[in-house]
Write a protein that binds this ligand. Sequence first.
Ligand code: GSH
Length: 240
Amino acid sequence: MIELHSSPTPNGQKVMIMLEETGLAWKHIDVNIRLGEQFTPGHLKLSPNNKIPAIVDSDGPDGGPYTMMESGAILVYLAEKTGQFLPKDARQRYDTLQWLIFQMAHVGPMFGQANHFNNYASVDIAYAKDRYNNESVRLYRVLDNRLRDSTWLSCDEYSIADMATYPWTKGHKDRNVDQTGFPNFMRWFDAMEARPAVQRNNVMATEIRARMAVAAEGKSTVNIFDTKDNAARLTQATRT
Ligand SMILES: N[C@@H](CCC(=O)N[C@@H](CS)C(=O)NCC(=O)O)C(=O)O
């Protein structure tokens, strides 16, 4: 059994999609980051960087429980555990790792910063919004160019690189990324949404969000965008 300690953010959803694709037995343990649950001693044992997602596999590499943080590493782990979605052919395998790391190093951080400065920053900074919005559109262009030459992101096989990238790109309409300017991206996006595992993920993500909202009723939230407070929270939770 795999426990996924998470929230249905893009980083959480990519692991949910992989778990659904592989058919592994798994359950979602809700970690509400708006309530600061990522700073509990229990969660910090799984994820020392106070982030979601983290997994606990009761049947780890040596047969005992194994814990992991970092969504990209979790996808590689699950791929190697099941022998699925990380091609065996060396070139295709390295292509998959390239596009997985491209998502981890560029798509996630840049889209995340754009979302922050567009929707959550306490001050309106035009320079920051332009910087991350322009970079996000450029990254959609990289994806569209790649998908002109390749059926799936890494090669002709569906892989963990596709699963990692899809949840981050759901907001493409807000950036006017559509059929006219990005036809290869749209072909891929529609192919992703036709997959039953992806459809199950999307339903589950909505259900989990609703469940977490009910569980959070009447509780005080933390401002996770205050990095000074986050540093203090981590120090407080882990000081010996
Ligand atoms: N590189 C990490 C990023 C994880 C991450 O940023 N998670 C966010 C939610 S998507 C989080 O847990 N934020 C809580 C916090 O910053 O306190 C991964 O891919 O797993």
